[in-house]
Design a protein around this ligand. Structure first.
Ligand code: KG4
Ligand code: ZN
Length: 329
């Protein structure tokens, strides 16, 4: 039997992602149109600009994906698209285009939860990974620690109570005037800093929890730098060390609590070199997707779509965008 061809579309935030996947993990094309230069002057994503830019590029990007993969629209077996969580104006662009193609070509539409897409991104790099495993989803909008028991069967162990970890990176970079997005900038700059220069603490919680909190660490950076002279490389290295310590601590606690040893680390912040290094150093059986599958992309949506496709789990064309869609209800 011919392997199914699935197009994956992600327009949850500021990147337009279109990919075509053949079978389980053969990514024929994975195109990402970044809007970062349009949001940079504002130091963060401006929702109105994001949706307008998605509209401007999406059709062209789909055409280019089909051309590069040498696939005709008629050959697609399904179209998978993010329907939440994310910015509603952005979500609607991808969803509307995907619905149009599904209707026109009479192929199944598969609505995907963006967080499930991040979870499944690990299979693009490690197709042989088996359930169950722990997944740490670390991105600009989310910080979630989950047990992935099966397709669609997730147990939430902990999540952030305030800022997402990527958001903290972006805010710290903004307050230090380093530019946007902050994650890759801090990652690079921290290599020339002393991670022990400034004492920043991991937040304490009442009672037993696997939750996260990053706004206190961000505020500590703010007050420290407001009141004295500092070497910026040392500040970002110390910030990054505290964040990585915290993430690794929670991963170890989750492993202890569940008895599960395999840990997939996904989402934009999983591109972080210090985090990758520490997980390895700690001897944790960590699975990091390739860099191009860490930040938002269409391939991970197509991958999640593939698993849904095999089960015949399709969406109705009336499916609506849901900006606050949860992974676990
Ligand atoms: O997954 P993603 O592309 O979008 C969301 O779903 O949010 O993640 C984007 C986030 C941004 O906050 C960005 O600063 C962060 O991922 N990021 C990083 C790195 N690369 C991207 N954070 C730390 N280190 C990196 N190398
Ligand atoms: Zn994301």
């Amino acid at each position: 039997m011919r392997e199914p061809l699935i197009m994956g579309i992600d327009t949850s935030c500021d990147d337009t992602g279109v990919a075509i996947l053949r079978g389980r993990s053969d990514v024929l094309v994975n195109l990402i149109s970044s809007q970062v230069e349009f949001h940079r002057p504002f130091g963060g994503v401006v929702p109105e600009i994001a949706s307008r830019k998605h509209v401007e590029v999406i059709i062209q990007l789909i055409d280019e994906a089909l051309n590069r993969a040498e696939v005709e629209l008629e050959e697609l077996d399904a179209i998978a698209v993010t329907y939440g969580p994310g910015l509603i104006g952005s979500l609607l662009v991808g969803l509307t285009v995907a619905k149009g193609i599904a209707y026109m070509k009479e192929i199944p539409l598969i609505g995907i939860n963006h967080l499930e897409g991040h979870i499944f991104s690990v299979f693009l790099s490690f197709p042989e990974l088996r359930f169950p495993f722990i997944s740490l989803i670390v991105s600009g909008g989310h910080t979630e620690l989950v047990v992935v028991k099966d397709i669609g069967v997730y147990e939430l162990l902990g999540s952030t109570r305030d800022d997402a970890v990527g958001e903290a990176y972006d805010k710290v970079a903004k307050l230090l005037g380093l530019g946007y997005p902050g994650g890759p900038i801090i990652d690079k700059m921290a290599r020339n800093g002393d991670p022990f220069a400034i004492k920043l603490s991991i937040p304490m919680f009442k009672g037993k929890t696997l939750d996260f909190s990053f706004s206190g660490i961000k505020s500590a950076v703010y007050y420290y730098t407001r009141d004295r002279d500092y070497r910026v490389e040392d500040v970002v290295a110390s910030f990054q060390k505290t964040v990585v310590d915290f993430l690794v601590m929670r991963v170890k606690e989750a492993m202890e609590e569940t008895g599960i040893r395999k840990v997939a680390i996904v989402g934009g912040v999983s591109a972080n070199t210090a985090l990758r290094h520490r997980i390895k150093e700690e001897g944790i059986e960590g699975y990091f997707p390739s860099f191009s599958y860490c930040t938002d992309n269409g391939a991970m949506i197509a991958e999640a779509g593939y698993y849904r496709f095999l089960r015949g789990e399709f969406s109705d064309l009336s499916i609506e965008g849901n900006p606050s869609l949860k992974l676990v209800e």
